[in-house]
Design a protein around this ligand. Structure first.
Ligand SMILES: Cc1ncc(COP(=O)(O)O)c(C=O)c1O
Length: 400
């Protein structure tokens, strides 16, 4: 039962415009992939500054298709971060490939590029044959871009594909270029950014995803793979004059975005900049509100980056606070404030731990973060007074 005056972890802002567009799409009679999806794809491509965008039914599907289109096969190795949602590594497993986790930086929890460079110089030291390492999936955790200068440079040096997990990062920027563009870095290898429009994301379709890239051939391949592997414009076959036979080019997937998703998400794009500013303001308020508490440390935003401020993540140091992260979570939740954990390291999760035999101490930063991270409500439907209430509640729970 909701506590009176409680603040949920997330609540979407769905206005009349979104509902009107949704009704219009339903009344049009075209319910699956069609003109609204095309319009949304074009709008996202314009917004991030990428020549191409392909709509799919989740970010998970976008990452899976990007790996398949890159040619990732059983026996290959794909590098990623352990502090992420399971989908990031699960899609690597779906290809029969092996996820190679590289530990994260202690202050941002983003992939540690110095550790990445060390690994790539001698993957054999970790029992991975150099010629099996094919791609890297950097995770832009909480909306802050990873160090893409170094990641693209290493990818070019070692011939790796780059598939960005940008589930949290629509609106984020690196050196003034949006995530989803190639940041002006002109990377020549296979590359794609994958976004999520899941219910809690900065703009939402309930469920949904998008892939952007600068490579026309890559985008054609993904567009075919997302709909059973049949020729690209199959959705048009009912509109064209005369019966159109489709051709199966590959045993593809059922991953297409459909028009009702696009109709719901598209109008939200006109609010995203204002919503991002609001998220930033609330992040600043949280940072100020907790600045004097030594045991609570927010993620650091590095220079030359603009976060999408998707999540407000803090690390709770139990030794300094005198209570564990889980005790703190439970007390905040009991006071009517929604909380989250983003994320416990995949290296401590049963499947990955057992399959790859990870031991305590293999990923010291990610393991510590697993015990420390917690997320507080951060969404544009909140008011400053809600943020202040969350701060007061956390301080009260901590007795400070
Ligand atoms: C970091 C990260 N990557 C990928 C995903 C998967 O996104 P989707 O639910 O759209 O498949 C999520 C979902 O929350 C996520 O947090």
């Amino acid at each position: 039962m909701a506590i009176e005056g409680s603040i949920p972890f997330y609540k979407p802002l769905i206005a009349r415009e979104e509902i009107a567009q949704l009704v219009e799409a339903v009344e049009s009679g075209w319910l699956t992939t069609g003109p609204k999806t095309l319009e949304f794809e074009a709008a996202i491509a314009r917004y991030v500054g990428s020549p191409f965008a392909v709509g799919v039914n989740s970010c998970t599907a976008a990452m899976h298709l990007a790996l398949v289109a890159t040619g990732i096969r059983p026996g290959d190795a794909v590098i990623t971060s352990p502090i992420t949602f399971p989908a990031t590594a699960n899609v690597i497993e779906h290809c029969g490939a092996r996820p190679v986790f590289i530990d994260v930086e202690p202050d941002t929890l983003l992939l540690d590029v110095a550790a990445l460079e060390d690994f790539l110089a001698a993957p054999e030291r970790k029992g991975i044959a150099a010629d099996t390492v094919k791609a890297i999936i950097p995770v832009h955790l909480a909306g802050q871009p990873c160090d893409m200068d170094v990641i693209f440079a290493l990818a070019a040096q070692y011939g790796l594909a780059v598939i960005e997990d940008a589930a949290h990062a629509l609106g984020a920027e690196f050196h003034g270029h949006k995530v989803g563009s190639d940041y002006g870095l002109r990377f020549q290898g296979p590359w794609a950014s994958c976004f999520s429009f899941y219910a809690t994301k900065n703009i939402t379709a309930g469920e949904g995803g998008m892939l952007t890239t600068n490579d026309a051939a890559f985008v054609d391949q993904v567009a075919v793979l997302r709909l059973h592997g049949i020729s690209r414009d199959a959705w048009k076959r009912y509109q064209l004059a005369g019966y159109q036979h489709y051709e199966v080019l590959f045993p593809g997937y059922k991953y297409n975005m459909f028009d009702l998703q696009a109709a719901l998400a598209l109008p939200q794009l006109s609010h995203i900049d204002e919503w991002q500013r609001r998220r930033e303001t609330y992040t600043d308020l949280y940072n100020q509100g907790f600045a004097d508490i030594k045991g609570l440390l927010p993620l650091r935003i590095k220079p030359n980056r603009r976060s999408a401020y998707h999540l407000y993540v803090m690390m709770a140091d139990s030794a300094r606070l005198g209570l564990t992260r889980d005790e703190l979570l439970n007390r905040i939740a009991a006071a009517g404030i929604g909380v989250g954990v983003h994320f416990r390291s995949l290296t401590v999760q049963k499947f990955y731990r057992e399959k790859y035999g990870f031991q305590e101490g293999d990923f010291p930063v990610a393991e510590r973060a697993s015990e420390q991270v917690l997320s507080l409500p951060l969404f544009p439907a909140m008011h400053e007074s809600d943020v202040e209430r969350v701060i007061r509640t956390v301080r009260k729970v901590l007795g400070v």
